[in-house]
Design a protein around this ligand. Structure first.
Ligand code: WT7
Length: 632
């Protein structure tokens, strides 16, 4: 197993070593896995291109390391513990032995349907065990998985399928989500109607059993083709730098991009980080509440925990069904030891009242994690007091889809945890703050742009189908550095606090949204002339979406607002719906025609004291109008 840090001194020594001699450090970690043939060189990199390669020419299969490797020592230990949407329904468990069988059967079915190494398979599924099984089955045979969060619209799904040129979509019939049933297969049908020309097969897992439309040309039932397969499937020999998966994420411009992760480095870093960040001990029950549709689910529900031989819980449902005590009821029921969730969930549950966690025995909890957005002090203290009972360290983990694993975080019971600070870098991670010109700000007590100056094993390798975009977005802002898009401050003791995005990306309930993407969706409405979208502080979501819309329609009633929400839901999904829509006559623009979002952001945040000099704008007169009509 990869190293597990045990003390502050150990952290300091390990960090120093990892920075002084990264190759030796990461080789030690890599050598704890099973390689089919050894790598020849640890690292080759050039951020200008960018080209990053780890464990060069090493051959492996990540599922061999997640599953086969554990059979001797923990074949009968529960690998996946599944809690259904409804507390009335039965829990399911897969031991490591059973999970391997299920993965092999699914892998053989994929092969039988023509899926080969390198082919892309898109998942559009609820949090059922079959999602994890399907993802691992792809990795088993070297197919590239791309999981699309099942809350995205048919259009958003089709966009991703088309970009990945996927050969297969795997979905369920319906999703159970709280009291609702979501017609997943129907969304896939719509996506197939508007795009998805590369798709040959739609594999449907019967989840609820409700009736669905069927196309004999493409559709197949999971149980028909998976269940009868052989229970053995040899793990494909993968190069360390072969693609493992693509995960789409939003940026400040254009359509979402497919972040590419590869087999070797991702394996080494997710296992290493999982064991250290969560201080996982033999027998612990670990629960991350994320969806596998996001990177958190990939790295810390599936791969990290399984690589480390952990028991990882998957939850199908939502935090407020059947009531606001559901998370805490599950913690009690399964005696959860590590609990990892997002600030938005904490704030939403905090608003429901202290009586909900008070009803349950939470004494099994040893550690609390937070991820996805900055956690505010109030939520941090509530989490500490009502869930951790003041005895469980809180780890505020900062990372990104692109980083593959946790980069900056306190280590529980090892480094101290200061509210709202992600604190210190993981071993091997070299974050720096720079000013706008790219000069490093070496002192403590400074604020700047967060960059990483040295490669780490699980960093993105490219953006699928468009390497230049990868270079431009992440490696062109500052020479020889990976730019995160975040602003951060470093306190007097060197702890880092990530403040938020400095680009045109907003973080809504821990989900990344590109303002341009939302604007493009709004502009699809025939009566919208132009729009501008910004984020503003929102009590529960962290940031809300504020849209300024210029329209030809003089009937500015709520019906029109609803139409705009409908068009955004259709283009992207309900998560992108603006919280506020203000109709305006003009948008403040520079003389070169660029929208001044800084002004719009301030107005949306009710912070109009210092809008700066607006006289140089092309149309300064619109600013007063916008201020007067602001929705506060
Ligand atoms: C962006 C990445 C990492 C998995 C989930 C989100 C923000 C993430 C924190 C944190 C402050 C955070 C950043 C980052 N973020 N974690 N602990 N404190 N901000 O992944 O969708 O790729 O979003 O989320 O702004 O850039 P993602």
């Amino acid at each position: 197993m990869t190293k597990q840090i045990t003390s502050l001194q150990d952290y300091k020594d390990t960090y120093q070593r990892s920075v002084n001699d990264p190759e030796t450090f990461w080789a030690e970690q890599a050598d704890t896995f099973t390689w089919f043939s050894p790598y020849e060189k640890v690292l080759d990199w050039n951020f200008q291109k960018p080209r990053v390669q780890w464990f060069i020419n090493g051959k492996l299969n990540i599922t061999y390391n997640c599953l086969d490797r554990h059979l001797e020592t923990r074949g009968d230990q529960v690998a996946i513990l599944w809690e259904p949407n409804s507390p009335e329904d039965d829990v399911q468990t897969y031991t490591y032995k059973e999970l391997l069988v299920a993965v092999c059967q699914c892998a053989n079915a994929l092969k039988a349907k023509g899926i080969q190494k390198g082919d892309r398979v898109v998942f559009y599924m609820p949090m059922t065990p079959e999602l994890a099984i399907g993802v691992l089955a792809c990795a088993r045979i070297g197919a590239v998985h791309s999981v699309v969060f099942a809350g995205f619209s048919a259009q958003a799904l089709a966009d991703r399928v088309d970009d990945a040129k996927a050969k297969m979509i795997i979905c369920s019939d319906f999703n159970n989500r709280g009291a609702k049933k979501i017609p997943v297969k129907q969304v896939v049908d719509e996506a197939m109607d508007i795009g998805c020309n590369s798709v040959e097969t739609v594999l449907v897992h019967k989840n609820t059993g409700d009736a669905v439309n069927w196309s004999d040309d493409t559709d197949l039932w999971w149980h028909d083709i998976v269940n009868g397969q052989s229970t053995q499937c040899e793990a494909e020999v993968m190069d360390a730098e072969d693609m493992l998966f693509i995960l789409y994420t939003s940026g400040s411009t254009g359509k979402p991009k497919g972040v590419v992760h590869t087999c070797g480095g991702y394996m080494v870093y997710t296992c290493f980080s999982f064991r250290n960040v969560f201080q996982y001990k033999e027998g612990d029950i670990y629960w991350c509440t994320a969806d596998i549709g996001w990177i958190t689910g990939h790295s810390y529900i599936v791969y990290g925990p399984l690589l480390a031989g952990a028991t990882t819980m998957m939850f199908e449902g939502v935090p407020t069904y059947p009531d606001a005590g559901r998370f805490w009821q599950i913690c009690e029921k399964h005696k959860v030891n590590q609990f990892y969730t997002a600030p938005t969930a904490i704030r939403a549950l905090m608003a429901k009242g202290d009586e909900w966690p008070a009803k349950y025995d939470l004494s099994s909890i040893k550690l609390l994690g937070s991820v996805g957005e900055p956690i505010n002090e109030e939520a941090w203290h509530w989490y500490d007091k009502h869930i951790g009972k003041g005895k469980s360290p809180i780890i505020d983990t900062w990372w990104q889809t692109e980083t593959g694993g946790v980069m900056i975080t306190p280590l529980p019971n090892i480094t101290d945890a200061k509210p709202t600070y992600a604190s210190y870098p993981m071993p091997g991670i070299q974050p720096i703050l720079v000013d706008a010109a790219g000069n490093e700000l070496p002192d403590n007590n400074v604020e700047g742009l967060l960059c990483i100056k040295f490669p780490w094993p699980s960093m993105l390798r490219t953006t699928y189908g468009d390497h230049e975009r990868c270079r431009q977005v992440y490696f062109s802002a500052f020479e020889n550095m990976y730019f995160t898009g975040d602003g951060a401050r470093r306190d007097e003791d060197g702890r880092i606090r990530v403040i938020g995005r400095v680009d045109d990306v907003i973080n809504v309930s821990g989900h990344r949204m590109g303002t341009a993407e939302v604007e493009n969706a709004i502009n699809e409405h025939p009566n919208v002339i132009e729009s501008a979208v910004v984020g503003y502080p929102h009590d529960i979501k962290g940031q809300g979406i504020y849209a300024y819309v210029i329209t030809a329609d003089k009937n500015l009633d709520d019906a029109f607002r609803k139409e705009i929400l409908a068009v955004v839901t259709k283009e992207i999904g309900p998560i992108a719906k603006p919280d506020k829509i203000q109709f305006v006559n003009g948008l403040p623009k520079t003389r070169s025609g660029k929208i001044m979002r800084r002004i719009l952001r301030k107005i949306a945040s009710s912070d109009t004291s210092n809008l700066g000099d607006v006289s140089t704008l092309l149309n300064p007169e619109c600013v007063e109008d916008i201020k007067d009509g602001a929705l506060v």
